[in-house]
Write a new protein. Structure first.
Length: 259
């Protein structure tokens, strides 16, 4: 359930690359809020700045200016200890290409964030069992990534992103490398996690099927937010999907402009 508490605040964020005549403005003063328990989607064409935005929030890259606040605290002002805590425990990151380590089993990949941060083994094991059951991956925990399908890899990666019980999960094109069935399975799992556990998710995606699981979508182009779409209280996912497609067509010729 979405609360009224502001979990994440992005304030006038800007990110430039290069300088002088070679200056590229990837993000141009973006501001928005993510409420606790929200499932927020961000859509935009390739090169629009959506992944750059997500990476600034994840502290993978440093913004040129602006602020990102988590629970009211400016992450840009964090020292090394607080930054390690933020990356390791406060956020979970779900990558398009899974980012699993090939020489580790599914179980070892999932537990890796906790082993790095020294979590009690018994507690870690209990959380692993819970997530493995939820994502239906009990039978592949002892397999290596090379022995898994794409859908299995992404469910293992999803479990890893949630194992530390983060405040927010950042998902970058999580269905981009999956077939239609695997993508639907993953999105159903993420939506159920959001609905039943109140897990906050911020997802970048080019796929209207994926973003139809969200409660709100921000459309970004040329480094700025230019539209917002909210799912109505009594609206089915299928109806929301149709509205996303209609908006994409209205905004300039369909998916070529928005995706």
């Amino acid at each position: 359930m979405v609360g009224q508490e502001k979990l994440l605040e992005v304030q006038d964020l800007q990110k430039n690359y290069g300088k002088n005549n070679n200056l590229t403005k990837a993000i141009q003063g973006i501001s928005f809020e993510v409420l606790s328990g929200e499932f927020l989607g961000i859509m935009g064409p390739s090169g629009s700045g959506k992944t750059t935005l997500l990476n600034c929030i994840a502290t993978i890259i440093q913004p040129t200016s602006g602020r990102v606040l988590l629970n009211g605290k400016n992450i840009s002002a964090f020292g090394s200890k607080d930054l390690a805590e933020y990356r390791g425990r406060r956020i979970g990151y779900l990558f398009q290409d899974f980012a699993l380590l090939d020489n580790l089993t599914g179980q070892e990949n999932i537990l890796l964030p906790l082993s790095i941060h020294g979590m009690d083994f018994a507690k870690a094991r209990a959380k692993l069992d819970e997530l493995a059951h939820f994502f239906e991956i009990e039978d592949i925990l002892n397999k290596f990534p090379s022995q898994m399908s794409g859908g299995q890899k992404q469910r293992v990666a999803a479990a890893r992103s949630l194992i530390s019980e983060p405040d927010i999960v950042l998902a970058d094109e999580p269905t981009g490398a999956l077939d239609t069935r695997s993508a639907r399975n993953l999105m159903n799992k993420l939506k159920r996690m959001n609905r039943e556990s109140g897990r906050t998710i911020l997802m970048v995606s080019h796929d209207p099927n994926a973003t139809s699981f969200c409660s709100r979508i921000l459309f970004i182009q040329d480094g700025v937010i230019f539209h917002e779409l909210r799912r109505k209280h009594d609206e089915s996912r299928e109806q929301f999907y149709d509205r996303i497609l209609q908006l994409m067509a209205q905004l300039g010729g369909g998916s070529a402009n928005v995706l």
